[in-house]
Write a protein of this length. Structure first.
Length: 392
């Protein structure tokens, strides 16, 4: 029986690949998990009570597009956070950003661009769903290095004209996973100018937007609004997973031009899974409350300070501006992860597992990604073991 060729050359997903690397070896100390970006701070106190109050909602089919109340709550948050008015016709609720980043590409990327195979641009390293969306479309994924030399932000404008003329979509994550870099207003504006010049869309993955060190990151929607960019060129994706410590809720949204949102709604009406009504009620409450977000951010900012102290003086160390990952330089990420596990029990992810080799180079090879999601004391112990093992 035949299988689709478009997925035949995929590497193993990062975490099965990590298990193959580490799990035949005993840990060299009490295990400390610092691999997956699963928030472990307390979720908002109101979650249980809202679920209990709306339990009967599981007995009905939920609205696919989102309840009017949830869409209003999201619109209210966008206005408070980014000072942008976004009506319900420009919003669509999602089962988290991963589902949206994939399905929105299916809904909006054409089969051809100027009579040729379309291109989907993405930073390298990157969140792996970007590549899956491109391959599912039959588009050509183009992996653009996001290196220390360019502030860990991809230089899309530096690509050959032939690539840009075929580009239908560009992904960008800010704050970035894994490096924690933040796109400035000027970067966003330049990318929007590039999209206008070459007629492509931008998917702004902003799921880490509320975890920042010193200042709220600029949002693609606010820059688009300020510069007068075509709303149909810019689509932003947000989630409650990191902002509200609710990764299991699987709740997020996409905002963009009304025409594109209508296409996304049409596809999800046939092939998507609407959020259960009690989940939508919890989400409505979460987007309307900032107190729990501020408390969560304060915990991460304290973790930034701990990491800065642990790695003070380490050549190449750059604390993240946002998000909750450290992107630490090492000679070889796989060797470092294996050494760390077998000698200390600390478990991290080789950076190469988040990137693709292009021209014989994998831009993640000389890094490890370290998730700062564990309780503060456990995280500090893990970081100190890591420092002494790899940099001592």
């Amino acid at each position: 029986m035949a299988f689709p060729e478009r997925f035949s050359n995929l590497p193993d997903y990062a975490f099965p690949r990590l298990r193959k690397l580490l799990d035949t070896h005993a840990p060299g100390g009490e295990p400390v998990a610092m691999t997956i970006g699963e928030p472990r701070h307390p979720m908002p106190e109101f979650v249980g009570s809202v679920l209990a109050e709306t339990l009967q909602g599981f007995a009905v089919y939920p609205p696919n597009d989102g309840t009017p109340e949830l869409l209003a709550a999201i619109g209210g948050w966008l206005k408070r956070r980014y000072r942008v008015e976004v009506g319900p016709e420009r919003l669509m609720v999602l089962n988290g950003t991963r589902e949206g980043l994939f399905n929105a590409a299916l809904a909006l990327v054409p089969e051809q661009k100027r009579g040729k195979r379309p291109v989907v641009l993405m930073p390298n390293p990157f969140y792996q769903v970007y590549a899956m969306a491109a391959l599912a479309l039959g588009a050509e994924p183009v992996y653009v290095p996001a290196l220390a030399s360019n502030g860990f932000l991809p230089d899309y404008a530096g690509l050959p004209r032939e690539i840009l003329e075929r580009t239908a979509l560009a992904y960008l994550c800010s704050p970035a996973n894994p490096q924690g870099s933040v796109a400035s207003r000027d970067y966003w504006a330049s990318l929007m100018d590039l999209a206008e010049a070459h007629d492509f869309r931008i998917f702004a993955d902003e799921c880490y937007s509320e975890i920042w060190r010193t200042a709220p990151p600029a949002g693609a929607l606010e820059v688009a609004d300020a510069t007068g960019a075509d709303p149909e060129r810019v689509f932003v994706f947000h989630s409650l997973s990191k902002r509200s410590n609710l990764p299991g809720l699987r709740s997020g949204f996409v905002a963009g031009g009304a025409g594109g949102i209508e296409r996304i709604r049409q596809l999800r009406a046939f092939a998507g899974a609407p959020l259960p009504l009690p989940v939508q009620r919890v989400s409505e409450r979460a987007w309307s409350d900032e107190a729990h977000v501020e408390a969560n951010r304060a915990l991460y900012q304290e973790k930034f300070r701990i990491a800065d102290a642990v790695f003070s003086g380490l050549q190449g160390y750059m604390g993240p501006e946002g998000g909750f990952f450290l992107w630490l330089p090492v000679p070889d990420g796989e060797e470092a992860a294996l050494k760390l596990w077998t000698e200390t029990g600390v478990r991290v992810l080789p950076g190469a597992y988040l990137a693709r080799e292009v021209g014989g180079e994998n831009p993640g090879k000389g890094y490890i990604r370290v998730a700062m999601v564990a309780p503060k004391d456990e995280m500090q112990r893990g970081l100190m073991r890591l420092r002494d093992c790899l940099y001592g």
